[in-house]
Design a protein. Structure first.
Length: 297
């Protein structure tokens, strides 16, 4: 059990059941105790928010200082066995994101196989297959590779956007009566390559981060040595391929919107967070590594 200092504060006091500092909610003074949840680490207390990174004992819980964080930057203590986690750590947001993608895939299938569709069976099955593969990737990413909290605002935004994508692809494809052609083959290749790039880059980083000597350091190897955000590039490529599979140039509006969002919003925002967290490690990596497109930008 680690004892907090008299002036310390908890990250989420509204979720605590007991004392904060040396005062309880009832006004009585009593010693406060905070301990880290033990997960994966057999001999040391771990924050439980990453692959076994450990917090050194005997440090205060003052918010906003390094003393609140494990080497990975996590701040998730527990109080007498009760995790003091924010609402972003609940499974609800992840389930919401998954449900939105499943609903989108079902809607796409209904559109391309519905009575109003003029799409050939081959194109219809390709569209449904792409939607289902992406749903599986979302499940793996959400529950396996993503090691950070996911909140309801993010789940609603991303899930809603994915629902729009699935429905748009189905709507476009259902109005294309022509047979498959060379653009369809190119689309399949882009979809497969983009999916591999996105998933493989995350698995590479996760395996590297799981090693004790790498905890708290920035991963700059593998696909991340070619560009700082290979997962964003992978998403752009796979949805460009998905658009080509529909058989209409109209569907290219989806990857175009995604690319604009990545370039002007997602990439700059994530770069700022990485620079704030890793400092010189990020600066050295940024000087020699493209942001989004290798050797270009």
């Amino acid at each position: 059990m680690h004892h907090a200092t008299p002036g310390s504060r908890l990250s989420s006091p509204r979720l605590c059941r007991g004392t904060i500092g040396r005062k309880s909610f009832s006004g009585r003074r009593r010693p406060s105790t905070i301990r880290w949840r033990t997960t994966r680490c057999a001999s040391r207390r771990c924050c439980g928010r990453c692959a076994g990174c450990c917090e050194r004992p005997g440090r205060s819980m003052e918010r906003g200082r390094d003393s609140t964080k494990s080497p990975c930057g996590s701040t998730t203590p527990s109080w007498s066995g009760v995790p003091l986690m924010s609402s972003t750590d609940r499974p609800g947001p992840r389930a919401t994101l998954t449900a939105a993608n499943v609903l989108g895939a079902v809607a796409a299938a209904f559109l391309v196989f519905g009575p109003l569709s003029v799409a050939t069976p081959e194109r219809a099955w390709l569209v449904v297959g792409c939607s289902l593969v992406y749903v599986l990737r979302v499940i793996v990413t959400t529950y396996v590779t993503v090691q950070r909290p996911v909140g309801y605002p993010e789940a609603a935004l991303v899930g809603g956007w994915m629902l729009v994508i699935h429905v748009t692809m189905g709507l476009v494809a259902m109005h294309v009566p022509g047979p498959l052609d060379g653009w369809t083959i190119l689309g399949i290749a882009l979809y497969v390559f983009g999916s591999w790039m996105n998933t493989f880059s995350e698995l590479q980083r996760r395996a590297w981060k799981a090693r004790p000597e790498n905890r708290g350091h920035l991963y700059t190897r593998g696909l991340f040595a070619w560009c700082r955000h290979p997962n964003y590039l992978g998403d752009t490529l796979l949805f460009t391929g998905f658009a080509a599979i529909t058989g209409s140039w109209v569907a290219l509006v989806i990857p175009a919107i995604m690319a604009v969002g990545f370039v002007f919003a997602a990439v700059p925002a994530l770069d700022r967070r990485l620079r704030a967290h890793y400092g010189d490690e990020f600066d050295q990596w940024a000087q020699k590594t493209a942001r989004y497109i290798p050797l270009v930008w």
